[in-house]
Design a protein around this ligand. Structure first.
Ligand code: SF4
Length: 360
């Protein structure tokens, strides 16, 4: 009878499309269920199927009445991602490509490291920021991902870890395709579900949001959501160099960016992370190390050094091991907290800056 009585108001997204179940907020789901004269607790049951059991079809939601499942199926898609490719690296890193109804593709990576399992999640299809060392930049900006699509990437990784009997997901980094602060509302909405005890139940300190340096977004995070880690891709030791590597620097020069980072770390009471890609002859020189130590010395921060992952279509040189170690030791000698990131998943182009999908 449910289907006959139903007065269905299925919410739509910014593009005017019917939202998928994964894209509904709790309030939207409760309202939709209320329209169907369904008890409120069904919302929690449905969300548990989505985010605890990673259901991919309504048939799996066995504690829902059959007619409710049928109505759901007739009104909205569940929103599980359409996987079009999976590659697993010799070091265990896994990378998936997903395709939306319009043929647009985006990627997610899982990086294993001893007991840690990190999901590297995309926030956009492509990216508008134009960083010269990054393959995603070459796609240009195509669209924002919805919070449901972001969540489904995390669900996909957790399902994979469960099915391959690996340790559980421990960390999430918004370092896949896109500039997360250009899609911050959807990122924060996804993080709310990720950290909610009835969602994925992860600690906010296990989530890192990374930015190329958008100051308004950093300020918004400091004010609205300082519970998540923040990483800024600095990648240069002076404005002249950063203008070339990251065009965003022409709008937000290093001095302003570091002040925004300082304010964030005071609000969050946590050290900010500066990511620094080491590019041979460009950012990885002894002079750059001296300048970087001067910029970051005395700041409440840590530094992740990321040796460039060379790709055929990027005309930049990866630094030698000797250059990398020399750069690192200069920062350590200056008293900075430095971590040298080990490249992962290079053989499947899953490493930092290597994500890219050709538009269909
Ligand atoms: S590094 Fe990040 S912000 Fe820069 S172009 Fe690539 S995806 Fe965009």
């Amino acid at each position: 009878m449910l289907g006959i009585l139903a007065r269905v108001h299925t919410p739509t997204d910014a593009r005017g499309r019917t939202k998928t179940l994964s894209e509904l907020t709790t309030a939207e789901l409760q309202n939709w269920l209320a329209d169907q004269k369904q008890p409120k607790f069904r919302a929690a049951q449905i969300q548990e199927w989505l985010w605890t059991h990673f259901a991919t079809s309504y048939d799996q939601m066995t504690n829902l009445p059959k007619d409710l499942r049928a109505l759901l199926a007739s009104q909205m898609k569940l929103g599980a991602l359409d996987q079009v490719d999976q590659q697993v690296s010799s070091d265990g890193t896994a990378k998936w490509a997903f395709q939306d109804a319009d043929g647009k593709r985006f990627e997610t990576v899982m990086i294993p490291e001893e007991d840690r399992r990190t999901a590297c999640v995309s926030s956009q299809v492509g990216c508008a920021m134009g960083c010269t060392f990054c393959r995603t930049a070459q796609m240009g900006f195509q669209r924002n991902l919805s919070h449901g699509e972001i969540l489904q990437q995390v669900a996909h990784v957790r399902r994979y870890l469960r099915d391959t009997q690996q340790p559980q997901l421990t960390n999430i980094v918004f370092m896949g395709m896109g500039e997360p602060l250009n899609n911050l509302s959807n990122v924060l909405q996804a993080c709310e579900v990720i950290t909610h005890p009835k969602g994925l139940g992860m600690s906010p300190r296990r989530i890192t949001i990374s930015t190329s340096g958008l100051i308004a977004g950093i300020d918004r995070l400091a004010e609205e959501a300082p519970q998540y880690h923040l990483a800024i891709s600095l990648n240069s030791s002076n404005d002249e160099m950063r203008n070339k590597v990251m065009p965003v620097n022409r709008r937000h020069p290093i001095h302003d960016l570091l002040l925004a980072g300082d304010s964030w770390s005071i609000a969050a009471n946590w050290p900010i992370t500066y990511e620094y890609v080491l590019i041979g002859d460009v950012t990885c020189t002894s002079q750059a190390a001296r300048e970087l130590a001067g910029l970051l010395g005395g700041r409440h921060c840590k530094i992740n050094l990321i040796p460039l992952n060379a790709a055929d279509d990027i005309a930049l040189r990866a630094p030698t091991q000797e250059e990398i170690l020399d750069f690192e030791s200069r920062l350590v000698d200056a008293g900075l907290q430095v971590y040298l990131r080990k490249p992962k998943g290079q053989d499947i182009l899953a490493a930092c800056g290597q994500l890219a999908q050709k538009a269909n």
